[in-house]
Design a protein around this ligand. Structure first.
Ligand code: HPA
Length: 250
């Protein structure tokens, strides 16, 4: 049976369309999750919502306990995850407020707990990660977006950086040469951990600024990011609300 979780990112710390909300605290061998799990229903189906930065948005990208979060969702029987991430736009089709469903990722993060194959594991796992995102989730999101007249980019390469600082212009130029279309700080190791746990994982990214050196503005201000986030997240919420019934049929 399909069981869906949404991992909310910056700008989506709560997901109020769920009814009959209850919370569940899950104990994991990897420590505490970012938040208690919010479990609610939509159209009679249970959906789990987990804000990866915590409900008070106080956990920085490099301090998120990705292993505990994914482990807790697996323990709840989750089969499919839609991860929401805000990103900077690098290539020309990725302007602020554009919704993007990436198909590939390049990992520039470091020093994060990025695998369950640690010293306590019985054996080392070498997952296939050639296609890091679930094709069925990506197509589902794309179809629902098209049906809702929500402009979305159906493929992109996500460059995952360490943060919490934004990048230099030279770093973004290098990422562009590498083939990245968007840049964010929370795409990894989340996607790989989901694969290790055999959970289908798709990403709904929202562009909230031009990446360093890409826009007309000299500086990337939090004020500008906030403005694009408010506007764009309204579309993300609408998209997710409409997509859930379709995702539940996967
Ligand atoms: N860089 C990295 N992460 C981000 C950005 C960015 O420009 N915007 C939103 N998240």
């Amino acid at each position: 049976m399909t069981r869906i979780a949404i991992i909310g990112g910056t700008g989506l710390d709560q997901f109020s369309v769920l009814q009959n909300l209850r919370t569940e605290k899950v104990v994991t061998p990897y420590g505490e999750t970012s938040n208690v799990l919010n479990i609610g229903s939509l159209d009679g189906h249970e959906v789990i919502f987990l804000p990866r930065h915590g409900e008070r948005h106080n956990i920085a990208p490099h301090n998120i306990n990705y292993r505990a979060n994914l482990w807790a969702l697996k323990q709840q029987g989750v089969t499919h995850i839609v991860a929401v991430n805000v990103v900077g736009g690098i290539t020309e089709n990725m302007p602020p407020e554009r919704i993007v469903f990436p198909h590939q990722i390049i990992d520039y993060t470091h020093s994060r707990q990025h695998t369950y194959s640690d010293e306590n594991a019985d054996s080392v796992m070498h997952i296939d990660f050639s296609q890091p995102y679930s094709e069925s989730i990506r197509q589902c999101l794309q179809q629902v977006a098209a049906g809702q007249n929500i402009q979305a980019q159906s493929s992109a390469v996500y460059g995952a950086t360490q943060g919490p600082r934004l990048e230099t212009s030279a770093e973004i130029s290098r990422m562009e040469r590498d083939g990245c279309d968007i840049v964010g700080m929370t795409g990894m190791p989340e996607a790989a951990l989901a694969r290790e746990l055999d959970i289908e994982y798709g990403c709904c990214a929202l562009v909230v600024n031009w990446a360093a050196g890409k826009g007309d503005d000299e500086l990337i201000t939090m004020q500008l990011i906030e403005q694009h986030m408010q506007a764009g997240m309204a579309s993300v919420r609408r998209l997710l609300t409409r997509a859930l019934p379709a995702l539940l049929k996967l």
